[in-house]
Design a protein around this ligand. Structure first.
Ligand SMILES: C[S@@+](CC[C@H](N)C(=O)[O-])C[C@H]1O[C@@H](n2cnc3c(N)ncnc32)[C@H](O)[C@@H]1O
Length: 326
């Protein structure tokens, strides 16, 4: 039965939320505000997943981490790589990166403030771009740039969100029908077919496509994220008056049992597998709780599953692509 009574969803940090509204026209401005509040700008488990899939590729190699944020992935990569360079266009992010490097006493990494589009063309063996390509102005141009920055036979490792799942279907339905701003920072939703076509145009071959972030795609995490996101997007779109959040949330929750059965089926049939948890960085005792949480992504309990079997590998909330320059 549909109940049209509105509910009051409380957003903890009203001031932060307001400052991050659509009034800020550029992505850079929004990221600037975000980094004033937090250094955790990617989903839990995302850096650990990328490292798990790429540690053999980066071994003893020179690595460029584009859009490195607060530097967690670069620091993880430094455990295996010869040298890692992390670049981000937000100076506060690079400030955090340098702070964490010092705290964790990592030597073979350096961080620079820079815009992907204006980098001078040094050469690297591997480029990593984790949760970045969906934000840039022109993903095709960025891939072309990456090709120029790579040595012969170099690898490009990309992680981006995927929408072939429960969360993604709700997201894209609302976004395409009502133009709801479901994310304040995603410029594009890039499907596996889009990636294939961009690779053909730029001279890359997809050697592996791995589906990750299954909790965000199908279970409580994704459903909680949707509840929050739909409310905020509806508010930003000034459609609150016609929205029935209670009914929406009830319907979202009603999918949980089936979604979990689906995930259990994939687990029981070994279609999705669990990556081991791992301590990827020596975190000093003086790190505070937030810093520990951020730096200890390898031991995060969510988003541990991955899948490299077609067609299921498209159905996580995240996709990691291993591309080879051809
Ligand atoms: C979602 S965050 C991901 C951060 C990090 N890679 C991670 O996985 O935690 C995206 C990052 O890309 C950076 N970024 C976006 N566009 C960029 C550009 N054109 N040049 C440099 N950095 C950029 C943002 O500042 C932000 O730190």
């Amino acid at each position: 039965m549909i109940n049209s009574k509105r509910i009051n969803i409380k957003i903890k940090d009203q001031k932060f939320r307001k400052s991050l509204s659509l009034d800020k026209p550029t992505l850079m401005e929004r990221y600037k505000i975000m980094y004033k509040e937090t250094f955790q700008t990617s989903p839990p488990g995302s850096s650990a997943n990328v490292i798990f899939q790429s540690k053999n590729i980066i071994k003893h190699k020179t690595v460029l981490d584009l859009g490195c944020g607060a530097g967690r992935l670069s620091l993880y990569a430094s455990k295996y790589a010869k040298h890692v360079t992390g670049i981000d266009y937000i100076d506060k992010a690079i400030e955090y990166s340098n702070k964490f490097t010092k705290m964790c006493n990592v030597k073979n990494v350096d961080f620079l403030v820079g815009d992907i589009d204006f980098l001078k063309e040094d050469k690297y063996d591997v480029i990593m771009m984790a949760e970045v390509l969906q934000h840039v102005d022109n993903p095709l141009k960025t891939l072309k740039k990456c090709k120029k920055l790579l040595n012969k036979n170099g690898h490009l490792i990309i992680s981006i969100p995927s929408f072939n799942n429960f969360r993604g279907t709700v997201w894209l339905t609302l976004q395409s029908l009502f133009n709801l701003p479901m994310s304040l920072t995603d410029t594009f939703q890039i499907s596996a077919d889009d990636m294939q076509s961009m690779c053909q145009k730029t001279g890359f071959k997809i050697t592996k496509l791995i589906g990750t972030a299954w909790d965000w795609a199908w279970t409580e995490w994704g459903i909680d994220d949707l509840k929050r996101r739909v409310f905020l997007a509806t508010t930003d779109a000034k459609l609150v008056q016609i929205a029935d959040f209670k009914a929406m949330n009830k319907w979202l929750e009603s999918n949980l049992t089936f979604n979990k059965q689906f995930i259990n089926y994939l687990v029981n049939n070994k279609i999705i597998k669990k990556r081991p948890t791992d301590t990827l960085l020596k975190i000093p005792k003086n790190a505070n709780i937030k810093e520990k949480k951020y730096l200890d992504d390898g031991n995060t309990k969510v988003n541990l599953y991955y899948c490299d079997t077609l067609p299921f590998n498209r159905m996580g909330e995240g996709t990691t692509y291993i591309l080879k320059k051809i």
